[in-house]
Design a protein around this ligand. Structure first.
Ligand SMILES: [Zn+2]
Length: 419
């Protein structure tokens, strides 16, 4: 029993160190052995041993150091990820748009397609068929150009289940509870996960600005609706049964303005584009929300709000107020955290920022601790796609290549010993 426990501990350590090395290579691109040592804290001899295993497994390769290999008889660890070690498919389904990409293990796009799709007119079965068509097409396009397909990740606008299998509810289609992950796993025979779009935004922001966005932070999507990706202790938050994080449907004013979700008084019913437009036009707060508002309309409202006092300026202030108090409430729970403001609504962020900061400062969550840094990311689509891609690649690094094939065999042998 003791020897078995030792073997398992040794396996854990080996797996952890291999994960550290893979993560350092993914972050740095083509790091030298010294770079990897600095990033991981591992010794040069440990790194050399791991690098040599990973190279013989075809997960990484040495770059431009052939003569040193010959001279010292041991590969020098200036390492890059091997593009052909694996490939992944990234599907992004949003209101009226579908994009599908085949991405290699190093993160380069091999093939992609993107098109307009009238999602609200389609039910679950038709959505699946449309996605299948595009996935099959890019797989055919890339035939022979890519490593083995090892994972499919699908990011979708809406509430997903916390297991990453089903779309529970979404504003982009009238059908609820669609089993996308199970379906594509059956069709393509590859592990598949379903992810909430705003959580993917948070993952991407953490990758782009790790010096600001690490451990705990929030990404707020400002669009027709209001979404949130919440990163807690370095992982995207999910609830006990759903993706959770429905920041836009926290109650700002009980029984207040009409929300797209059918309830009244949600944050989104004050801060979503439709709410800003409704207030700027002086309409009744219970007027039904508009489905899709073009950017030009929002630009005109913002220009008027910058220019003079009036309904437009008040509408953006009401939006800033709702966002600020909701952030303050969130910070009362998790402490102040850096904020990424994302999406088309950020073009009017300058108008809302004073109200947002003032509202946060008036809450318990905003009173203690430093004021949270706010960064602006106007293009949400590249973040959704990027975060989905990273989620699948991190999984391959950590759960497939770090344990390695040999480790997998050992674990199975141990299991049969125990049986
Ligand atoms: Zn709502």
């Amino acid at each position: 029993v003791t020897r078995l426990a030792d073997a398992i501990r040794h396996d854990d350590l080996r797996r952890r160190n291999r994960a550290l090395v893979l993560s350092a290579v993914r972050r740095a691109g083509t790091p030298s052995r010294t770079d990897i040592a600095q990033r991981t804290g591992l010794s040069h001899s440990t790194i050399s041993a791991i690098a040599s295993d990973l190279m013989s497994e075809g997960v990484v390769h040495a770059i431009g150091v052939q003569d040193q290999v010959a001279r010292r008889g041991r590969p020098q660890v200036s390492l890059g990820l091997n593009r052909r070690a694996a490939s992944i498919v990234v599907v992004v389904l949003l209101l009226n748009s579908l994009s599908v990409a085949l991405v290699d293990y190093a993160g380069a796009t091999v093939a992609e397609t993107s098109r307009r799709l009238d999602t609200q007119a389609l039910d679950g079965a038709s959505l699946k068929a449309e996605i299948e068509r595009d996935v099959a097409e890019i797989l055919a396009q890339a035939a022979g150009d890519a490593g083995p397909l090892m994972r499919i990740v699908m990011a979708v606008q809406g509430v997903t289940d916390s297991a990453g299998r089903r779309l529970m509810w979404s504003p982009i289609t009238h059908e609820a509870d669609i089993d996308f992950a199970d379906h594509f796993e059956t069709v393509f025979a590859v592990p598949t996960t379903l992810e909430n779009d705003c959580n993917m935004i948070a993952v991407a922001v953490g990758w782009r600005q790790p010096e600001i966005f690490h451990t705990n932070f929030v990404a707020i999507l400002l669009s027709n609706g209001i979404g949130m990706g919440l990163m807690l202790k370095g992982a995207p938050f999910a609830g006990s049964h759903s993706s959770g994080g429905e920041f836009g449907h926290m109650i700002h004013i009980p029984d207040g303005a009409r929300c797209r979700c059918g309830r009244n008084g949600c944050v989104e019913a004050y801060a979503g584009n439709y709410a800003i437009l409704r207030n700027a036009l002086g309409q009744d707060a219970r007027a039904e929300p508009m489905a899709d508002i073009d950017q030009e309309t929002m630009r005109r409202l913002a220009a008027a709000a910058r220019d003079h006092e009036g309904l437009e300026r008040e509408a953006f202030r009401a939006a800033g107020n709702a966002l600020g108090f909701a952030l303050g409430s969130l910070f009362a729970l998790i402490d102040p955290a850096p904020i990424a403001m994302v999406g088309p609504g950020t073009s009017a962020f300058d108008i809302m920022e004073p109200t947002i900061r003032d509202a946060i400062a008036r809450t318990a969550g905003g009173q203690h601790g430093p004021s949270a840094p706010i960064e602006i990311y106007p293009d949400e689509n590249s973040l959704i796609r990027g975060g989905a891609e990273l989620t699948a690649l991190f999984h391959l690094d950590d759960k497939v290549f770090a344990p390695g094939l040999t480790a997998g065999r050992q674990v199975r042998n141990q299991a049969s010993l125990m049986a």
